[in-house]
Design a binder for this molecule. Structure first.
Ligand code: ADP
Length: 229
């Protein structure tokens, strides 16, 4: 196999489109599209935390709500969050938490709502990219943006940014990775499948390279929002 199903090089991302400030009802919002995967995120806060028993006297709590629209996949997705959506909400929250100065806002909550408009693999990564931009636009103090991408192995080759078709290939390995690029810290690393130690090192390098490219696109979209016209 010299090229991938969609003609991309092994280390090539899908086409990315990012818009910041798309929803006026939210404190911050963003759309992140990577190929046919589209995530929209809306952020609120810091605001009074309800119910009150969830309040932390030391810091803000971050709540993430991930879901997919019923029309986001070829077979209608049943409405409302199921087990997968609850798990992904938690994964996304953990990937974003290190980037936020939660300790500056005791007793409050910061909420991020993420909807997947269209899913073609990599939705947790697209969600993290959209959510970190929505948080930034909401003016929430952050140590860094968070950038994320899927990396894995398809037909024996390490590849960046897998599509659903690639993920469904027999024996495919899928490894989502998220980083705070400026801080050089990994905030999410999961793996579905098996890689050798050498392959893992290569896969992390490939993922970080992809995240750094995404980081540049995220920063450009944020600056675009605040450009003086
Ligand atoms: P991620 O989207 O982060 O890769 P998963 O590995 O759980 O997370 O999902 C992989 C892909 O499977 C999704 O991006 C989507 O394309 C598809 N998918 C997930 N849930 C459904 C569903 N209920 N119906 C059809 N396809 C789905």
């Amino acid at each position: 196999m010299e090229k991938r199903f969609d003609g991309r090089k092994f280390d090539e991302l899908r086409e990315i489109e990012v818009k910041v400030g798309i929803l006026s009802a939210c404190d911050g919002s963003a759309m992140f599209r990577i190929g046919n995967t589209i995530a929209i995120a809306g952020a609120f806060g810091p605001r009074e935390c309800h119910p009150k028993h969830l309040q932390d006297p030391e810091k803000a709590i971050l709540k993430c709500h991930y879901d997919m629209m019923t029309f986001s996949v070829p077979e209608r997705k049943s409405p409302g969050p199921g087990r997968r959506e609850i798990e992904l909400s938690s994964v996304i929250r953990r990937a974003l938490t290190p980037a936020i100065f939660l300790e500056e806002f005791p007793k409050t909550s910061i909420d991020v709502f993420i909807q997947i408009m269209q899913a073609d693999a990599g939705t947790r990564c697209a969600s993290i990219c959209a959510a970190s931009l929505a948080l930034a636009e909401a003016g929430i103090p952050m140590r860094d943006l968070v950038s994320a991408v899927g990396v894995g192995k398809v037909n024996g080759k390490l590849v960046l940014d897998l599509t659903k078709e690639e993920e469904d290939t027999e024996g495919a390995v899928d490894m989502p990775i998220a980083i705070m690029p400026g801080k050089k810290k990994i905030t999410l690393l999961q793996m579905d499948g098996k890689l050798s130690r050498d392959e893992l090192e290569e896969a992390i390098k490939l993922g970080v390279k992809g995240c750094l490219q995404i980081y540049e696109i995220q920063k450009k979209a944020l600056k675009e929002k605040y450009k003086v016209r």
